[in-house]
Structures are given as C-alpha cells and as structure tokens.
Design a protein around this ligand. Structure first.
Ligand SMILES: *[C@@H]1O[C@H](CO)[C@@H](O)[C@H](O)[C@H]1NC(C)=O
Ligand SMILES: *[C@@H]1O[C@H](CO)[C@@H](O)[C@H](O)[C@H]1NC(C)=O
Length: 403
C-alpha cells in the first residue's frame, strides 16, 4: 500500500497537467480511464443541448496519455446533440466510445444549429481517428421525419447523413441501434480496416434516401450480423472501395445491397474484391444490384454474391450498366467483369428475376451457379440480358445468353 501511495505521489508530482485534468473532471484517482459525459455537464434530459459537454469530454479522451480511454455515455438517459465533429488524431492508439444511452438529434429542422459541425453534411462526424471502437448497446436517433416530409415538397433541401466516419483506420463499431436518419444512416469514407457487427438500422420503408451504409474510398471492411430495414439501399458500395465483405446481413425493407451507382457525370470509378455472403433479402425492391451510369469510366470487378436468400424480392439480381441512358449519347461505361452469383434461392415478386442490362462495351465473365428463383405463388420466372458474356450452371430461371 505504501509503495502504491508513493508511486501515485511521484506520478502526480511528475505530471502536474494530468493531475489538474483529473481533478477538474472529478475522475477517480484510481487510474480510471473512463470519461463520463455527465462529469462534463451533460444533462441527458432530452431537452438540454449536450453538445459542448460531449466535445469537452472528447477533448480529454482524445488527448489523454492513458491507453485505451473510454468516452462513456451512460444508460437510461437521452442526450440531445447538435451537429458535432469528434476529431482526431488522438494520443492513444485505441479510443473507445461506449454508448449505453440514447443520443438524439433536434426534433425540428429549425432547431438544428450548424456552428459546431460539418455544415449541412452530417449530424455526427468522427474524423481522422485511428483505432476508434464504438459499442455499448445504445441508440442513435436521427429524428429524420421532419426532413423526409420537407424533402417531399422541397427537393433541393440538403439533408444530413446521421453518422459519418472519415479517415478512421482500424474502426470497430458494434451493438448499436440506429434509427430514422434524415438521409443515409452511416457513411464510411477513406477508412481502412473496419469491422462492423450487431447493428440494427431502422427507418420506415417510405423514408427517402435513408441508406443503411454508404461506403466509399475504403478498404478491408467487414460488416456482419446486422439487420437493416430502411427506405433505400441497405448497403451501397461506391467508388474507391475494395476488399469489402458483407456477411450474415438481413436486409428488408429496402433497396438491397448495391455496388454503385458508379461513374455519375463521367467519373472514373474503381470497385473490386467485394464479397456478399449469407445474406437475406425480404420484401426489398432489389437484391444483388450493380448499377453504373452511362458515360462513366473505370471498373467494377471481382464481385461475388453467395448464399443469398430471397423472400418476395422485386428484382433479385440486376446489373444495370446503362443507368440513365436517356441522358447521354456516349459509349463510355464503367467496365463490369468477373461477377459471380452462387447459391441464390427464393422468391421473386417480378417475373423477370434476373436482369442483365449491359452497354455496348459488354459485361464479361459473369458467372451463375446454383440459382433457384421462383415466383411468389410458385410461378416460373424469366431472365433478360443484353451484351453479357459468361457462363451459367444449375440455374432457374435459365439464362439463354450465357454459355
Ligand atoms: C473477406 O473474405 C475473404 C474470403 O473469405 C477473406 O479471405 C478476407 O480476409 C475477408 N476480408 C475481410 C476484410 O474480412
Ligand atoms: C448465416 O446468417 C445467419 C443470420 O445471421 C446466421 O444465423 C447463420 O449462422 C449464418 N450461417 C453461416 C453458415 O454462417
């Protein structure tokens, strides 16, 4: 005990700044690495703006010399947050956010205050943080309803993404519930090495553009064991993304899991090494989709959809390389190749269960194996294709244009 006391004494004499930091924020002198937002003045009453308290707590978490610090957002409370940006880089190589309670956006559009955030773009942003770990079983409530309503009569309104991760390498997000974002729920941009699991994302089927995840310019991402029910894509994989695995994901309602859209406005797009495995689509407008714009450039390749279960899906398998063909007269297109569909089973709402609509440059090495898709009332289904080269085996419906 004496030795321990002497150690602490020495420690505090040696580091006065850490000492005053600990005393200021009533952190126990037991070496605890918890930074509880309540100790920074957060009220958690659902009414008071707790943004500044969160940012002050973050400042300490991010700058502490302790390893593995935790920003704690406790259970049983509802914290109102304005748009905020949690910024790194941080001192510790691993930084935790334990969200046990609920964080909520303002209830009406007029109440949003953009002075501390990423103006007009996102509600909560994590920027440039290495080794960020977020979990805790809590809820993120984007209060999207007023934005969706306004959007319907005012299309130019810029609605924010609820949660944005930018330049966060070695990111780990688990066990959160995410509801009612004004626009897409979680956006992942320029992040490398990401694991996401046990998330529930929920918004009404009619809510506009409420994608579950949007991924771009990122690599080595694993999303697994998650449930996504929204009004748009469950997951959209956009340009600059590679080595993305999506496994054990339930999607529905929603627009399916989509590569793209890519190449809008003549952009050069690159997507490769995508694996979507053991996923279920229920009542979605699409299942496995690849969508590229006419006039785009670049490629989407090495994409596999495997072990997919379908229940009343409108367009179970769709490649559209001519998205918005009416708008353009160019022959440019994003090259689509090396796409495999394996063990895809279930029911289609539409007669045309497999639609492969490629531009004149063609889609190459498109492979179907072990496909069994029938109508909802057991009727037969059909396929359609244009400019596709590849093979199929054990495939119902038959795809006559493939060898
Ligand atoms: C994705 O799956 C492949 C094949 O199972 C595996 O080799 C790879 O390591 C996985 N990548 C990630 C990021 O989980
Ligand atoms: C497929 O996903 C379901 C739902 O998450 C899971 O229960 C099951 O264990 C997974 N199957 C395999 C073979 O991983």
């Amino acid at each position: 005990m004496k030795i321990l006391f002497a150690f602490f004494l020495l420690f505090f004499i040696a580091s006065p700044s850490l000492c005053s930091q600990l005393v200021n924020h009533k952190i126990l002198l037991d070496g605890s690495n918890h930074f509880n937002v309540l100790n920074y003045g957060a009220k958690g009453d659902g009414q008071t703006d707790d943004s500044n308290a969160f940012l002050r707590a973050w400042q300490d978490v991010c700058s502490t010399r302790q390893s593995n610090p935790i920003l704690l957002i406790p259970n049983g409370k509802r914290f109102l947050l304005q748009p905020v940006s949690f910024r790194g880089p941080c001192k510790s190589s691993r930084v935790n956010v334990v969200l046990q309670g609920t964080i909520s956006a303002p209830k009406s559009i007029e109440e949003w205050d953009w002075t501390k955030g990423d103006v007009g773009k996102s509600w909560i942003q994590f920027w440039h943080i290495n080794g960020l770990v977020i979990n805790g079983g809590g809820t993120v409530d984007g209060q999207g309803a007023p934005w969706w309503n306004k959007f319907h009569d005012q299309t130019d309104l810029t609605r924010p993404t609820a949660l944005r991760f930018s330049n966060c390498d070695n990111l780990n997000v688990a066990t959160l519930t995410h509801i009612n974002s004004p626009k897409n729920h979680i956006s992942i941009t320029s992040c490398h090495g990401v694991r996401i699991s046990h998330l529930h994302i929920n918004a009404p089927e009619e809510s506009p553009n409420t994608d579950g995840f949007d991924i771009s310019s990122s690599s080595n991402i694993l999303i697994y064991r998650s449930t996504i029910s929204t009004g748009d894509d469950c997951i959209a994989i956009n340009s600059g993304s590679n080595f993305i695995n999506i496994t054990d994901v339930y999607c529905g309602p929603g627009h399916g899991i989509s590569v793209g859209s890519l190449g809008k406005g003549g952009d050069f797009a690159m997507v490769e090494e995508i694996l979507v495995k053991n996923c279920t689509f229920r009542g979605t407008t699409n299942g496995a989709r690849i969508k590229t714009w006419v006039g785009g450039r670049g490629y989407a390749r090495k994409i596999t959809f495997e072990d997919i279960k379908l229940y009343k899906v409108s367009h179970p398998v769709i490649i559209d390389q001519q998205y918005d063909a009416l708008l353009s007269s160019t022959n440019d297109a994003v090259k689509i190749s090396d796409v495999t569909y394996r063990k895809i089973r279930g029911t289609s709402n539409d007669n045309d269960a497999i639609e492969l609509n490629c531009a004149s440059i063609g889609c190459t090495n498109i492979v179907f194996e072990n496909i069994y898709i029938i109508g909802v009332d057991r009727e037969t289904t059909s396929s359609s294709c244009r400019n596709v080269e590849g093979t199929s085996s054990y495939c119902n419906p038959k795809i006559p244009c493939l060898s």
